[in-house]
Design a protein around this ligand. Structure first.
Ligand SMILES: [Zn+2]
Ligand SMILES: [Zn+2]
Ligand SMILES: [Zn+2]
Length: 141
């Protein structure tokens, strides 16, 4: 993935912070909180402050480069957005691995709600649990 190219395509200025955030999220196997992104970016760019990271996460999110996934017990997690279409996330509570699925439970519900005169504009749907790897390591214990 050519980070500079992607930033250019989205008409975003290439800054060391944006480059570092995307690098960190790209190589991470799990979804990360803003705090975790911050810690890893600091290793690449010492002296970066948290508010800069937070602001940039927001910008990258609004341009469709990231996904924001609510954590089961509050707070948000971030991942590189690899999907172009509408999708939902499945998140492992043990290792933080995230899988996306095209299936949208809203499709059926939307028709039903429209019949009742309700116009849904957005929705959230996440599934939390344990991935195959974490499930089997739990069984070993
Ligand atoms: Zn996503
Ligand atoms: Zn797992
Ligand atoms: Zn959906």
């Amino acid at each position: 993935m050519d980070i500079d190219e992607i930033l250019k395509q989205k008409q975003l200025k290439i800054t060391p912070q944006r480059r570092a955030i995307l690098t960190v999220l790209e190589r991470s196997e799990s979804v990360l909180s803003a705090q975790e992104v911050f810690r890893e970016v600091q290793e690449l760019l010492p002296g970066t402050n948290f508010s800069t990271i937070y602001r940039n996460l927001d910008t990258l999110l609004s341009r469709g480069l990231l996904c924001r996934i609510p954590r089961e017990n509050g707070g948000d997690l971030y991942a590189i957005r690899r999907e172009s279409g509408h999708h939902h996330h499945v998140i492992c509570k043990a290792c933080g691995a995230s899988f996306s699925m095209d299936f949208c439970p809203m499709e059926a519900l939307e028709r039903e709600l429209k019949k009742q005169g309700f116009d849904p504009t957005e929705h959230r749907f996440e599934v939390y649990g344990y991935c195959n790897k974490c499930r089997s390591s739990k069984c070993d214990k």
